[in-house]
Design a protein around this ligand. Structure first.
Ligand code: ADP
Ligand code: GN1
Ligand code: MG
Length: 356
């Protein structure tokens, strides 16, 4: 691996000489490496997952536009654009990516030093600041036209289509696993109404399409090691037109859960209402002025819908033989599905009639 990363890094405009590289982060999709160079700097070198992103060039086109906009806005507000957003490093031929001999797409980012991410919120850690940073992300992009961005994964958060795809996977049962997931399939079927809650309103133009991140899980926020505060939202692959409810709901799904997404002991998995409230307070402080009344009213239920959708996605991948998410054990995706459904069960009691 190290030699491969050395060769790839030479294709980018990086001053120092390559020293070494290691796997980095705990993302489920791309292959991420931290590389060190003789100029004393680190860089992130990343291979884009082309099974997930069928057209990496469109992903990169979106990313370049969004990052440029963020840099301009952060600069205007007096922030540090080298640490508060991702910064791409150009390839030597001037493109924002490099294609290797096997057709794989690679990109390089400045490494945001002295930062870390959480897999789950730690005791005593409050989610207010995490709400602020995702709300700020929305605010900074609120004047960016959604129509300028490609739909890099069509119907990414169309829960109705996710539901249909799950039941196609159940019928096909290509991995022979349906029998092991019968309670989960039943649970999802009994709650089919959730799949339409956001999508029907989008289809009827009752909810606006905005520029949204679409993958606001907790480990896509970098925290500053010194201040322990959120610093930067990463993983911009899925930034595309969407609903603000996707970002709010998905952030609650991981940020207000007491356990990691793949916890096998379900007694440890709980929805933490205080984290929900703290996140919402921060999020609305930053984004409250741009959202509509209907969006605000739907924020609580969006957490139920996005957790339900994620349960569906993990289960569909399990039934299809683990082709999409990285897994490291046999029932990994089934375990992940179970944590999501446990959250749905707890959230629906509390959030169904919740009002801010
Ligand atoms: P994936 O799509 O596989 O989730 P990410 O782009 O989220 O990949 O990267 C994986 C992890 O690497 C992130 O969760 C984050 O912790 C870390 N990371 C990514 N980019 C940077 C960066 N520029 N500086 C520091 N850490 C980063
Ligand atoms: C993936 O890339 P990563 O690990 O941040 C996935 C998200 C899921 C998440 C579940 C492009 O996110 O949509 O919510 O796993 N990203 C993509 O952990 O599918
Ligand atoms: Mg990620």
């Amino acid at each position: 691996m190290v030699n491969l990363i050395r060769k790839i890094s030479e294709k980018f405009c990086i001053q120092g000489n390559f020293i070494c590289a290691e796997n980095y982060g705990r993302g489920h999709i791309n292959d991420t490496y931290l590389a060190s160079f003789s100029d004393g700097e680190h860089r992130i070198i990343q291979k884009i997952n082309s099974f997930v992103f069928k057209n990496p060039e469109l992903v990169m086109e979106n990313m370049v536009k969004v990052i440029s906009h963020l840099i301009m806005k952060i600069f205007k507000e007096g922030g540090d654009a080298k640490r508060e957003t991702l910064n791409l490093i150009a390839a030597r031929d001037g493109l924002p990516y490099h294609i290797d001999g096997d057709g794989n797409y690679w990109r390089a980012f400045l490494f945001i030093e002295d930062s870390f991410s959480y897999e789950k919120i730690e005791k005593g850690n409050d989610l207010y600041d995490t709400g602020l940073i995702f709300g700020k992300f929305q605010r900074l992009l609120s004047d960016f036209k959604a129509s300028e961005l490609h739909h890099t994964i069509p119907d990414f958060h169309n829960t109705k289509i996710r539901y249909e795809n799950l039941f196609k996977a159940v019928s096909a049962d290509i991995a022979g696993r349906v029998n092991r997931a019968l309670p989960e399939i039943k649970f999802i079927e009994e709650r089919r109404e959730y799949s339409a809650l956001i999508q029907d309103q989008l289809d009827a133009s009752l909810l606006p399409l905005r520029v949204t991140h679409n993958d606001t899980k907790l480990n896509n926020v970098l925290f500053d090691c010194n201040t322990r505060k959120p610093l930067c939202v990463v993983d911009l692959d899925t930034v595309m037109p969407g609903s603000i409810l996707f970002d709010f709901g998905d952030a609650i799904r991981t940020g207000a859960s007491t356990a990691e997404e793949d916890e096998t002991d379900l007694s440890k998995v709980s929805f933490d209402l205080d984290s929900f409230k703290a996140f919402a307070e921060g999020f609305l402080e930053e984004a409250g002025s741009i959202i509509t009344e209907r969006e605000r009213d739907c924020l609580p239920i969006s957490a139920v819908v996005l957790s339900y959708e994620q349960g569906i996605r993990f289960l569909a991948d399990y039934l299809e033989g683990d082709r999409y998410y990285k897994t490291s054990r046999d029932d990994h995706n089934l375990d992940r599905c179970r944590t999501q459904l446990k959250l749905v069960k707890e959230m629906e009691e509390i959030l169904r009639n919740y009002k801010f």
